[in-house]
Design a protein around this ligand. Structure first.
Ligand SMILES: CC(C)(COP(=O)(O)OP(=O)(O)OC[C@H]1O[C@@H](n2cnc3c(N)ncnc32)[C@H](O)[C@@H]1OP(=O)(O)O)[C@@H](O)C(=O)NCCC(=O)NCCS
Length: 116
């Protein structure tokens, strides 16, 4: 069954959580690869926020299937910069993802396409 999910998040909210709870927050939400990717940027927070939105969007797109824990719903970027969704460390060709951020917000949309 196809599915579509979208989520938009305030960057200030995620920055606040990251600054208050530090590594504990990061490891509860993100994979090590995601943390490394985000902190390669001068301002990691738009990228962290977009990934938070992606995990929420995944819940919508995959519903009612049970989702893995947040760190295992992972965004990886290819050499062109394009994002791809990985679940439990595996590529997921049946899910398409797109991400965008402004100064204040980040948005992610995920489309689950038919597997046949
Ligand atoms: C991809 C592109 C459209 C991003 O647009 P933008 O307005 O700068 O930034 P947005 O906030 O909307 O999007 C950023 C997200 O785009 C995604 N993205 C980056 N490169 C991408 C690509 N080649 N294909 C699809 N998505 C891409 C990423 O997920 C990125 O977020 P992340 O780093 O947190 O994962 C833009 O960088 C682009 O056109 N790049 C390719 C061509 C290029 O470099 N042109 C510049 C020459 S003048």
């Amino acid at each position: 069954m196809p599915g579509l999910g979208i989520d938009i998040e305030e960057i200030a909210r995620i920055r606040d959580l990251a600054e208050r709870f530090g590594q504990r927050f990061l490891e509860r939400v993100y994979s090590p690869l995601e943390i490394a990717y985000c902190y390669r940027h001068d301002n990691p927070f738009p990228h962290l926020t977009a990934r938070f939105a992606a995990k929420e969007a995944f819940l919508k797109a995959s519903s009612p299937v049970a989702a893995p824990p947040f760190p295992q719903v992972e965004v990886r970027n290819d050499e062109s910069g394009a994002p791809h969704l990985f679940l439990r460390g595996e590529a997921t060709p049946h899910y398409l993802i797109s991400i965008s951020h402004t100064r204040e917000t980040a948005v992610a949309v995920i489309w689950r396409i038919n597997e046949s």
